[in-house]
Design a protein around this ligand. Structure first.
Ligand SMILES: Nc1ncnc2c1ncn2[C@@H]1O[C@H](COP(=O)(O)OP(=O)(O)OP(=O)(O)O)[C@@H](O)[C@H]1O
Ligand SMILES: [Mg+2]
Length: 129
């Protein structure tokens, strides 16, 4: 997938917790879509960069984040149109009763998905995937 590993790298950090099989399948699909997004959109013109996938949990609460140091996501009128990937990620996150936050990673983009026990789902960030 990465034609030139000198140009782009992926780092993964995670704690050693375990989740149910169905949750892990959903987390895997979310990671796949968001990492592909970073590879497809964040590093045009052969830019160099890094994608970081992080997963940390505490009891039943967990946070997954995918961060890139690419061109960032335009906001306001310039905001990109959500594609199929956004819909899939939103549906998966809703199913996991999680919340999506999209932020500027200065430079780049950070998409954070967090699940807190007792908190309902909230997936109103339409351009997160
Ligand atoms: N990491 C990122 N950096 C910069 N722009 C991004 C990033 N992720 C997404 N985008 C922008 O947001 C848009 C919407 O992403 P989305 O995943 O919904 O659609 P897509 O990747 O274009 O198509 P699909 O996921 O259906 O194959 C993208 O077209 C792109 O312009
Ligand atoms: Mg996509």
């Amino acid at each position: 997938m990465i034609a030139d590993p000198e140009r782009l790298s992926i780092d993964v950090t995670a704690d050693d917790s375990a989740v149910e099989a169905d949750v892990s399948v959903s987390l895997g699909l979310i990671v796949t879509e968001l990492v592909i997004n970073a590879l497809k959109h964040a590093f045009p013109d052969e830019r160099n960069g890094t994608i970081l996938v992080d997963y940390q949990s505490s009891g039943q609460d967990w946070t997954l984040s995918i961060t890139d140091n690419g061109i960032g996501m335009p906001e306001g009128n310039e905001a990109p149109k959500a594609g199929l990937g956004t819909g899939i990620v939103e549906a998966l996150v809703k199913n996991l009763e999680g919340e999506i936050t999209l932020a500027d990673a200065g430079p780049g983009t950070i998409v954070k998905i967090s699940h807190q026990q007792g908190k309902g789902s909230r997936t109103d960030v339409s351009k997160a995937a």
